[in-house]
Design a protein around this ligand. Structure first.
Ligand SMILES: Cc1cc2nc3c(=O)[nH]c(=O)nc-3n(C[C@H](O)[C@H](O)[C@H](O)COP(=O)(O)OP(=O)(O)OC[C@H]3O[C@@H](n4cnc5c(N)ncnc54)[C@H](O)[C@@H]3O)c2cc1C
Length: 399
């Protein structure tokens, strides 16, 4: 590929500033730097920073990591135990154990180091506070009182994104997740080793999970935002039932997850959004790391195109290309997961029965977890189409 040629920029103006050093932002900064841009990555927290997350890396996430990234995998899920609100427990074995369980602080720090190694400048403990655009320049202010200028800004600042508010991102689904990092004794650690638990919960569209990580289990629950008291009660009950309430948790936090409306914008002028900021999260599983890595890479490439564009029309075309790529690559996944979620929220027992009774349904989910299939592929199978038709017609029945 010929080396990109960039029009000259005003002194003191970055090519690309990326806000947020999670998987989306660290990837966007790395890819922009690899494509010849002078990239600055801003992170509000001190790196490494804690992030409320299961830290489950499915095959699509692992495939989207930069080659050779040092990854501290604490466990790999081999057994998947499903329950319907604690009943009808059934365990399935993965044919190709792939789902890696990691601490997000370590993953995100490694991704940020990869961005720095590619040439991006990293500034942590620096938060974007305001932004505005004029002509081909985006100006932003930080909590440190700096004024920074850039040709392109990528907002990868998570689910409470300031940049998303500026762009006008609209959501179809907003959920609240409550999670703990529970220290466990040697016997309990042994019981959970290699085993992930997924429990379909009592609130519409809710579920609970336990992800083992050696002497710590990450456990939590998620449901539609709006009933935090019921969700807290579910979390307490869930932790008690699984024996994860005995020691004080290392972290006990809550975080929103948001899924975009299909027509929601992904850019405004020279400001793009990626990852959770763009509300790119699976409606059903709330898996978001693979979306963050993939949209971050697309945003980094798009930023390099915008910087290299000769004139505003070419810059607009490059932005349009980013929106199109997200729609082509991630749109089908989002749509399929929304369909699955609408069936699951009305009738979790149907989804539970399919996964635990029908070998084909489990094999398809297993293939998705391993990265050999996608939610879009699963939802176009005759079995899934029938379940979707049935699930939306049957009367709603909580778990
Ligand atoms: C409880 C829970 C469990 C989950 N479990 C999983 C899982 O097991 N697997 C999975 O794939 N997904 C999971 N997800 C989803 C996943 O955590 C997110 O989709 C993923 O973190 C999105 O990455 P991101 O880079 O877009 O945003 P984030 O990881 O949220 O990173 C955003 C970064 O921006 C920084 N920031 C915010 N505001 C500013 C600012 N103004 N200036 C500078 N920096 C700023 C933040 O400090 C943060 O570091 C889970 C989510 C929750 C809530």
């Amino acid at each position: 590929m010929p080396a990109p040629s960039f029009p000259s920029r005003a002194p003191g103006t970055w090519d690309v500033i990326v806000v947020g050093a999670g998987p989306a932002g660290a990837t966007a900064a790395r890819v922009a730097a690899e494509n010849g841009c002078e990239a600055l990555l801003l992170e509000r927290a001190a790196i490494p920073r804690y992030k409320t997350c299961g830290g489950g890396l499915i095959g699509a996430s692992l495939a989207a990591l930069p080659p050779g990234l040092p990854l501290n995998v604490l466990d790999t899920a081999r057994l998947f135990t499903f329950t319907l609100n604690g009943r009808r427990k059934r365990t399935r074995t993965s044919s190709d154990p792939t789902c890696a369980l990691v601490f997000r602080s370590e993953l995100d720090a490694a991704l940020t180091e990869a961005a720095a190694a590619a040439g991006a400048t990293v500034r942590d403990t620096t938060a974007l506070t305001t932004l505005c655009q004029e002509g081909d320049t985006v100006t932003l202010r930080t909590n440190r009182g700096d004024t920074l200028r850039t040709r392109v800004l990528i907002g990868a600042d998570g689910s409470a994104s300031r940049v998303a508010r500026y762009v006008g991102v609209r959501c179809a689904q907003v959920d609240l997740a409550l999670e703990v990092e529970a220290p466990v004794d040697a016997r309990t650690a042994d019981r959970w080793r290699g085993r992930v638990l997924l429990e379909w919960g009592p609130l519409p569209g809710s579920f609970g999970w336990v992800f083992p990580k050696g002497d710590i289990c990450t456990a939590g629950v998620v449901a539609a935002r709006g009933n935090p008291t019921a969700l807290r009660a579910y979390k307490d009950d869930f932790l008690k039932r699984h024996g994860l309430h005995t020691s004080p948790p290392l972290h006990d936090t809550g975080h929103l997850t948001r899924c975009r409306r299909p027509d929601s914008p992904l850019a405004r002028g020279r400001v793009l959004v990626a990852g959770d900021a763009a509300a790119l999260v699976d409606h059903w599983s709330r898996e978001g790391i693979s979306y963050a890595l993939r949209s971050g890479a697309l945003a980094g490439r798009a930023a390099a195109r915008i910087v290299a564009a000769s004139g505003e029309e070419a810059a607009r075309a490059a932005t349009g290309h980013y929106e199109q790529r997200i729609s082509d690559v991630l749109g089908p996944e989002m749509r399929a997961s929304a369909t699955l979620m609408s069936v699951f929220a009305r009738n979790p027992a149907l989804v539970h029965a399919a996964l635990t009774r029908l070998p084909t349904a489990w094999h398809r989910l297993d293939a998705y977890i391993a990265g050999r299939s996608s939610v879009a592929e699963i939802m176009t199978t005759p079995l899934a189409r029938t379940a979707a038709a049935l699930g939306t017609r049957l009367p709603a029945r909580p778990a």
